[in-house]
Structure formats: structure tokens, C-alpha cells
Design a protein around this ligand. Structure first.
Ligand SMILES: [Zn+2]
Length: 278
């Protein structure tokens, strides 16, 4: 948990020019590039770049500074000393705790931009001032930020783990299996179903591992470990184009450290590296 950040929907009466500003263009974030590492601009600096600040979304306070998310479009001309960068590439480049707040801001800015009309009667929505939601003045319907839960799971068999390759991955990268939770399912149900559907493997001993917000655009990844109960690998060729069992000392290219997929795989590597050789 980020101890430095206090989320809030109650902005200060007068915006502080030194407030921290998260300006997004789709999944890219505006950062200052004049220092050794990327930094976030202040409201004053963003205003001086000519970016529209008429609808800043208050996120909360971090280390005494107010934080705002601002949806934007990239200006036609290059900004002096600043540029939009893909948020995922800023992992470990943007100092803690600002990267986590940037993920939160991306999710909320995307929701704020997309959710403007009531999904029941199409009336324009009003923002609530007491909860993070919008309310329809005509029919009273509440619209909350959408969070789409997805399970991601490490499946083990003896001293190997199950990895797969998707046609959507960049070439040659392998990862653990993942998929969205369906209505009516528990998270554990989703783990069983996804692994069986995508690889033909039945699993047992499903256990919670950890979770990670993944606002590209609105997911929450919930990680599990599981063990192979039965079955031989059988892929559908659609979602998955290759799958296999791999030992910790013989892994193919795997995802970078920003994702919970990598944390799951690293936990497997740590466990098997620590085991006495037989
Ligand atoms: Zn309505």
C-alpha cells in the first residue's frame, strides 16, 4: 500500500499552482525530461505549456501536494523540456510513489472521459461530491468507475511451470495464463476455467498470491498459484498459439518486472533455485 498517498475526491477550493499534474494522452503521460530522471510537471508548468486545464480531476494528496489527472491530446508542436511517454515505459523510471498514482490517474481519467451520459436514459451525468461516481439527474442511476477483474495464474507440475505464448504477445515472449472473470464466477472458478479452456489442464490447490491494478484500460489483475491435477496440454490455437512446461533453469523470454506475471514467475524461480539439487 502506498503510505504517502491519501486518495480524495474533495479538491482544495483554490488549486495550488505547485500541485502535481498527471497529464494523459491515451496511455501516455506527460513528463519533464530536463533532469536525470523523468519528473511530473506542476499545474503552473502545465498551464505554461498551453494545455487545457478546465477539467482537472482531483486524485488526492501525496506528501502534502495536491494531485490532479488531466486528459489531453498531444500538442502539434513539441513541448519545451517535456514529452508524452508511454506510462508502462516509466515503470522504475518515475520515482515511487508517483508511478502508482499515475496508474490510478490513468484509470480515472479514462473513466471520466468515457462515462459522460447515463447508460440507461442517455442524460448527461453529474459528478457526485461525496463518492467517486456520477449520477443521472433524470433517473438517479449511479455510474461508478469500471474495474474489470482478471485472474492470472502460475500453474506448477513437479519442478516445472506452465507458460504459454499468445499471438498478441510481442514475438517470442512467454507468460503465465490470464483471463477475465465472467459474471457468476468466483475468482477460483475463473482460474479453473481459464487454464482448462486455454491448455486442457485441470488444476487443484488454487491459492491467492497478490494483485495489481492494470489500468490499460481498466483491469485489476488478481494473481493465483495452482498445481496441475490432470490433463495433457491441448491449445486452442486462437488465444494461445503455444504452451509448455518449463524448468526454472530453462525459461524462454518472459515479461519485464513491471507486471504481476513476472512476480509470479520470479516466485517460482526463487522457490526452485533455493531447493537443494537432487
Ligand atoms: Zn438516467
Amino acid at each position: 500500500m502506498n503510505q504517502d498517498f491519501s486518495p480524495s475526491i474533495d479538491p482544495p477550493g483554490e488549486p495550488d499552482p505547485d500541485a502535481c499534474c498527471f497529464v494523459y494522452s491515451e496511455s501516455r503521460l506527460l513528463v519533464k525530461t530536463t533532469g536525470a530522471a523523468p519528473e511530473l510537471p506542476s499545474l503552473r508548468e502545465v498551464a505554461s505549456q498551453g494545455i487545457d486545464l478546465s477539467h482537472p480531476l482531483f486524485l488526492g494528496r501525496c506528501r502534502g501536494r495536491a494531485c490532479y489527472a488531466v486528459p489531453s491530446t498531444p500538442p502539434s508542436e513539441a513541448l519545451p523540456g517535456a514529452e508524452f511517454r508511454e506510462l508502462r515505459t516509466l515503470f522504475s523510471r518515475l520515482a515511487d510513489p508517483w508511478y502508482d498514482i499515475a496508474l490510478r490517474g490513468l484509470h480515472l481519467a479514462g473513466w471520466d472521459g468515457a462515462c459522460r451520459f447515463c447508460s440507461r436514459c442517455r442524460a448527461p451525468l453529474n459528478a457526485r461530491r461525496d463518492i467517486r461516481a456520477k449520477e443521472c439527474p433524470e433517473c438517479g442511476r449511479l455510474e461508478f468507475p469500471r474495474i474489470s477483474p482478471a485472474v492470472i495464474m502460475l500453474v506448477e507440475k513437479d519442478d516445472t511451470l506452465l507458460l504459454a505464448r499468445s499471438p498478441r504477445f510481442r514475438s517470442e515472449m512467454w507468460s503465465v495464463l490470464a483471463g477475465f472473470v465472467e459474471p457468476g464466477e468466483s475468482l477460483e472458478d475463473a482460474v479453473h476455467r481459464e487454464v482448462l479452456e486455454e491448455t486442457g489442464i485441470a488444476v487443484k490447490d488454487v491459492a491467492y498470491f497478490g494483485s495489481q491494478p492494470w489500468p490499460f484500460p481498466d483491469s485489476l489483475m488478481i494473481g493465483f498459484t495452482a498445481r496441475c491435477a490432470s490433463g495433457e496440454i491441448r491449445i486452442d490455437g486462437d488465444e494461445i498459439c503455444e504452451a509448455g512446461w518449463f524448468r526454472a533453469d530453462n525459461l524462454p523470454p518472459i515479461p519485464g518486472r513491471l507486471s504481476i506475471a513476472r512476480r509470479l514467475i520470479d516466485s517460482f524461480i526463487d522457490k526452485h533455485s533455493a531447493a537443494p539439487s537432487s
